[in-house]
Design a protein around this ligand. Sequence first.
Ligand SMILES: *Cc1c(COP(=O)(O)O)cnc(C)c1O
Length: 378
Amino acid sequence: MTNKPFRPATIAAQAGGAKGAGGAVVPGVEVATTFARNAAYELTGDGSYGRDRNATVAQAEEVLRQLEGAAETRLFGSGMAAAAAVFQALPNGARAVVQAGIYWGVTHWLAGFCAKRAITLDTVDAADPTAIKAALADPADLVWIEVPSNPWIKIADIARVAELAHAAGALLAVDGTAATPVLTQSLALGADISMHSGTKAINGHSDVIAGVLSCRQPELPLWRDICAQRAEAGALLGPMEAWLLMRGMRTLPLRIERMCATAQKVAAAMHAHPFIETVWYPGLSDHPGHELAQKQMCGGAGYLMSVLIKGGADDALGVAGRLQLIHRATSLGGTETLVEHRATVEPQSGIPGNLLRLSIGLEDPEDLIADLDQALRD
Ligand SMILES: *Cc1c(COP(=O)(O)O)cnc(C)c1O
């Protein structure tokens, strides 16, 4: 047996070595909320109460820790709870530099939270090297980027942003939900905290809400505060969800590989389609982040793309309405391909009305292309 860390497919397939009692090759679910003490009033197991520690959650965290190449990993009850935990660990009056045009839930929650806590919130196009450099010319406490960003599909240079953030005295947190730790290792690129919504491709079956944070240096005061807050304020993931997450993750690298290959085919077909104005997908050579994505993402350009239909919002909604196979639904990263008209969901954020976001699943690429083609031509 080698001491070298295993590769992602190996870690995932065997759930990072998680086993159950009595030789079971899959773990069970630890449902107990409290643990008995012996006659001398000593604890007999690893924990005393389920909010401090749950064995199933700890097993799922260990799989993610290995996939992330992290020192420590914590699961949360949702991706938003994980993201919020990072900002909640900032002192009042801090300065946060946040990428513009990211996940709507984060953008929306942050505006209210930062106002209440007197946190200066500066938004910047983090994929623009000049803009991010200018934003980090002044000291900051935290930089938050999303790579690839959603639905603009921008690719920020994580290593470069990490350098600039550190020079400004800030920590870098990366929301890598659309990439998963299989495609992008944010911590190895210099990020201090890696965040993912486990709800998306990590679980991958559209049946669990979860979030995860991982850290490179466990002694960081911000990280210690995040861990203490999770246990004390209790933004936990339940053991059933953690178990489902572990089950979903067994096929994560396999799903990502196929989803990326299919997305590449769909993107190429849409790029060549007479009724499509443009396609934003980092796997296409005309994407501004193409070269960077090739360097920063390993094994594919992701499963998320935005297609801009020739015409306006009504035309895009017409196309979405005529799709027969692809579901009209929010979210991403599941086995089923989803389409979303983002301008309907976030009307004030400047998203083009003719934009449809696609999250490519595990269907046959020809069936997906045929469905899009019939919807575009009708
Ligand atoms: C879905 C999502 C989140 C929020 O995760 P939830 O699990 O829905 O709370 C955060 N960031 C990105 C990029 C997402 O796609």
